[in-house]
Design a protein around this ligand. Structure first.
Ligand SMILES: [Fe+2]
Length: 462
């Protein structure tokens, strides 16, 4: 397909397709409260009912009977949609009708919407209470569902946004609490809650500094480091955060040899909550794209880094348990099977030929590329205008990237890597996942049309 399309470039009108797709099966009508619902036909969206109409369960059933399984809400309503769902999360996660991947999709997406609220500006106490409740939901899901971390990882974003970072940290920290063999629910809950709140202090810091692509000055570094105290002070005033949650927040950048911050604590002065926080935070940060860092570590390299730095900086026993958990639950079982993605943000793509459904390890890296939509014009395929993107993970069957362009799910694309040595052929695929960020950037998940060889993946990540 790429050869066929690579020669002809035409201009495509810029259309902002800011819609969130919602599968109707197993969704309660009240989640659509006060928002317009759209249907999609031939790539066009049409209004099904406006915000004043009360969408009832009989409307939902009628659509399903007419084989309309997916409806759309405007991206501007997506936060409210997840907010409506948040109140039911505990019941949703306990439901016997829903499968684990579906629950994971809803949990992750709802956590992410809430995390964007937490990081946008210093959160108010009701937002912090909601975050604590969602962390507890995440913990309960991890405790009750044997492959919870695997499912959550399947759909996790590693795009470097603080919101995805704290959501991933919450999933991983909850799973680690279980893996350590803790039995005290309150202690485990403090770990989950600490993880979702640990970087809340970054909401006090200008995005010009947080997202700067330039090397940071000492002053800027100090400003970023101040997020720990900002978060601690802000949450302290609320008066309802458990001391162990505060330990996690205050100590997640402390290191056993005293090289951390803000208090340069050493050894036994760092609580178990701070030690867990440091390991989870570092691992998550190492495997996520960062504006000021060219290199994103693979999962293997990030684990090696943690091992190399323990016991000097990290608690060796916890690192060992953590790495065993990651190796067993994440690295060996990460897969890009799109069938598993049928859910809130993601839908199964029927027109992709999957010749190989084996599980493929996902590699984290960072490379610039150009992304072109593939447009059908009569019998011919053409490439639309190129957009610079940052590719940050790849497996044999899929690619994750950041784009400032609002492309649509189901859009076929061609990806042209900008690196000349070693040469990388153009890749084609289809967008199966999309996340809109408040700053206008989009995290996209691409399912490749052709499974890559292991050698090709090694070439691309080298
Ligand atoms: Fe932090």
């Amino acid at each position: 397909m790429c050869e066929e399309t690579s020669n002809i470039i035409t201009a495509e009108p810029e259309i902002n397709r800011g819609y969130l797709e919602v599968p109707l099966e197993n969704i309660k009508p009240k989640y659509f409260s006060k928002m317009s619902i759209y249907l999609k036909k031939d790539n066009n969206y049409s209004l099904y009912c406006d915000a004043d109409y009360y969408f009832s369960d009989s409307d939902r059933r009628r659509l399903l009977e007419n084989h309309v399984n997916i409806v759309y809400v405007s991206a501007k309503d997506s936060k409210r949609y997840y907010r409506n769902m948040e109140n039911d999360m505990s019941d949703i996660l306990k439901s016997k009708k829903l499968n684990a991947q579906f629950k994971s999709n809803i949990l992750y997406s709802t956590n992410l919407a809430l995390a964007e609220e937490l990081m946008e500006k210093p959160p108010e106490s009701d937002q912090v209470r909601r975050a604590q409740d969602m962390a507890s939901n995440t913990l309960d899901f991890v405790l009750n569902e044997s492959k919870a971390l695997q499912h959550l990882t399947n759909i996790s974003y590693h795009d470097g946004y603080s919101s995805s970072h704290i959501v991933n940290a919450c999933s991983v920290a909850s799973a680690l609490a279980k893996e350590i063999g803790m039995t005290d629910h309150e202690i485990m809950e403090a770990i989950s809650r600490g993880a979702i709140l640990h970087d809340v202090g970054k909401s006090f810091i200008s995005s010009d500094i947080l997202d700067s692509k330039l090397e940071l000055s000492f002053e800027d570094m100090d400003t970023i480091r101040s997020h720990v105290k900002h978060g601690y002070n802000h949450l302290s005033t609320m008066g309802f955060i458990a001391p162990n949650v505060m330990h996690y927040i205050m100590q997640h950048h402390e290191r056993l040899d005293g090289s951390g911050y803000p208090e340069k604590l050493r050894g036994g002065d760092i609580t178990m909550f701070g030690r867990i926080g440091g390991i989870v935070d570092s691992f998550e940060a190492m495997t996520s794209i960062r504006p000021f860092r060219e290199k994103v570590l693979s999962i293997e390299d990030a684990m090696q880094e943690l091992r190399n730095q323990s016991p000097e900086k990290y608690d060796r026993d916890i690192v060992n348990i953590f790495c065993n958990m990651i190796e067993r639950t994440l690295f060996d079982t990460v897969n890009d099977d799109s069938d598993a993605h049928d859910g809130v943000l993601i839908k199964t793509v029927d027109n992709v030929e999957l010749t190989d459904r084996r599980r493929h390890p996902r590699h984290y890296f960072r490379v610039s590329a150009e992304l072109c939509p593939i447009i059908k014009a009569g019998d011919k395929l053409r490439l639309g205008p190129a957009e610079k993107v940052i590719v940050h993970n790849i497996s044999r069957s899929g690619v994750g990237l950041l784009s400032s362009r609002p492309l649509d799910i189901d859009q076929n694309i061609c990806l042209k890597f900008l690196r000349e040595k070693p040469a990388i052929p153009d890749l084609t695929g289809v967008i199966v996942r999309k996340l809109l960020h408040s700053d206008g950037w989009h995290t996209l998940g691409i399912k490749l049309h052709k499974i890559l060889s292991e050698e090709m993946v090694s070439t691309i990540v080298s």
